[in-house]
Ligand binder design. Sequence first.
Ligand code: TXA
Ligand code: MG
Length: 350
Amino acid sequence: MLTKIWKVDPAAENLEENAAIREAAAYIRDGELIAFPTETVYGLGANALSDDAVKKIYEAKGRPSDNPLIVHISDFSQAERVARSIPGAAEKLMKAFWPGPLTVIVPAADAVAKTVTAGLKTVGLRMPQHPVARALISAADVPIAAPSANLSGKPSPTEASHVYEDMNGRIAGILDGGPAGVGVESTVVDTTQDLVTILRPGGVTREQLEAVLGKVASDPALKDKKAQPKAPGMKYRHYSPKAPVELVSGGLQELKQAVARAKETGLTVGVLTTTENANVFKNLADVISVAGTRADLATVAQGLFHALRRFDHYDLDIIFSETFPAEGIGEAIMNRLNKAAGSSKNDGME
Ligand code: TXA
Ligand code: MG
């Protein structure tokens, strides 16, 4: 299949009338797959009301069929077509954080394709903020099911070129709206329990959720590696470059020593670091990938997946990574880094 690529300026007026977006929307309506930018990462979209269209997502990604998809909408009225009911807590969160990087798990309506929910009675709903995503959904005039637009197991794409690397020849087209903003995926919360529960940390922080709801719970699987995660995708290996990743806690000295020891044994070594520390590795590591600035963890979130993907352009034996405080956006960063380092009990992939 020939994969079309359209460049779209997210700041342009009247995006719904944009020729590229109209063409991409027509593909969605015809049951084809279109990759598009969101404010978190690039998504791989299909008509959420068509089983045949949604099946193609699983094929293109090589995604296990037990892993449900998030449905993306562009206005609040669409939520009623996709959800059977909207719990009070979900409504509060939608008002506070939509459009934005938050996915609420709610009871699913019958109209949602069974392949979207992977047989669950619930569905994940998200209203993205990115103007290109919103224009595509409105122009298609159907809710759009979309996982991250990477091959299963790989880091999520934050630029159109990442999507191209993974999906060229597998999908109808890619809307290139420049780099995604937040860099890590949406926060997934279950609103069908008494206490709203974080299933995947992401772009909306725990602190932000608590400011709206008071206390929120965490899926025990986020801390306990033996527990079964409530978000099926969280059990899979994910975000991993080809070479093994080792997180080095402690500080810069510990990381420097780990790199030096590996070099002494003749290994080819990559290091995932920050602008503050990159210089230290100049004559030490073979490949240095800078995620962002420690002083502003939002920049680390933005650059994390690009930094991880870069390592695959080289032939490395091992990658050592800095670690970050698991607070604010740091919680999502550390969750992704832990997965990249292979801390999952299943061998499958998301
Ligand atoms: O930021 C994002 O959320 C991006 C952009 C494209 O919107 N999408 C994304 O989708 O990250 P995906 O498929 O890569 O991750 C969705 C996660 C998976 O871990 C999946 O298992 C979980 O959400 N999920 C989806 N529906 C669920 C449900 N009904 N119950 C529990 N977990 C669910
Ligand atoms: Mg994903």
